[in-house]
Design a protein around this ligand. Sequence first.
Ligand SMILES: NC(=O)c1ccc[n+]([C@@H]2O[C@H](COP(=O)([O-])OP(=O)(O)OC[C@H]3O[C@@H](n4cnc5c(N)ncnc54)[C@H](O)[C@@H]3O)[C@@H](O)[C@H]2O)c1
Length: 334
Amino acid sequence: MGAGIWGETHASIYNEHVLAEVAAICDTDKEKAQRVADKYGIKEVYTDYHELFQKADFDAAAIVTPDHLHADIAIACANSKRHMLIEKPLATSKEDVYRMVEAIRRNHVRAMVDLHNRWSPPFNTAKQEISSGKLGRPVSAYYRLNDIRWVATDMLPWASKSSILWFLGSHSLDTLRWLMDDEPQEVYSVSHEGILKAEGVDTTDMYMTTIRFRKGGIAQMENGWITPNANSCINDIKFSILCEKGKIDIDASSHNMIQMTTDEKVTTPDILVRNNVFSKCRGFAYESIRSFIDQLSSGEEFHVSLEDAANTSLAILSIFESAETGLPVKVETL
Ligand SMILES: NC(=O)c1ccc[n+]([C@@H]2O[C@H](COP(=O)([O-])OP(=O)(O)OC[C@H]3O[C@@H](n4cnc5c(N)ncnc54)[C@H](O)[C@@H]3O)[C@@H](O)[C@H]2O)c1
């Protein structure tokens, strides 16, 4: 479902996976669906997901519609007894989180949310080092995950219906929960508005959030959609985690492995998230989607549970509340 920028990424990955075959594609925009269908040899094209769930023959669906349009499709998918990979975030309202979890559990189907930062080589290595115990317990973390302004003004036609907290904050918060091995207890956030609104995109520019975790760890999370467009990389990523007996620092956007310079700009080509090698999609965006197929086929647990994704969305809703009220807000979990 969804034949946009990321839906095409999903189609290309299923297309090359030996255990997957794409049975059908659905987008309310028929031309978009048909273009992706023609490119990847997908035989059936739908414009209404209800019709797709009734007529098409398949085991699992990928829900790759805009952030605020995952819930109804996921519930229809669960009610049709199909498994699903849902793009992040799981949902953008508390009501939708609980409606989706109820439908998925009642129908005994499997669901993974594509919180793919867990497959990022530096972050996955950090998780392994922390889990080994040699660094001791995490004490504090800092995570900046920003996009250049172009993503909000030009790339996403629906940016004003979402937020940087959903689009990138869901990755940041899931990663912090995972590396701290803990759930947020309380959040306090301040935000800045005006730069994107002046460009006609009705969404918040930036959030700075302080998180207190249940076991005592603390973290600072920065998510903005206003990094200058001339930044050498689409993302601006800086991460550090301090543990009782050591620390880890990650600079994933300026990784110093490749740099390209023209008369106009210096760029850092993406070789981590979604790069092509001999026309095949690679990078950790590929790994997470491939992992969904692998774990679904083997019956093993997904590396992101439904509870992980639900708790990430619930914590982000508390961050919105804190930024609006100016007060610390307790975080609800499933
Ligand atoms: N994992 C990642 O890092 C990553 C990267 C980019 C996007 N995403 C996520 O993927 C999702 C889609 O993002 P995108 O950039 O592809 O957006 P997009 O706007 O390019 O594509 C979304 C598509 O969904 C279609 N659509 C809307 N409502 C529909 C419906 N009811 N039924 C069928 N199709 C419908 C639209 O017509 C559009 O073609 C978002 O949730 C986004 O956050 C994830």
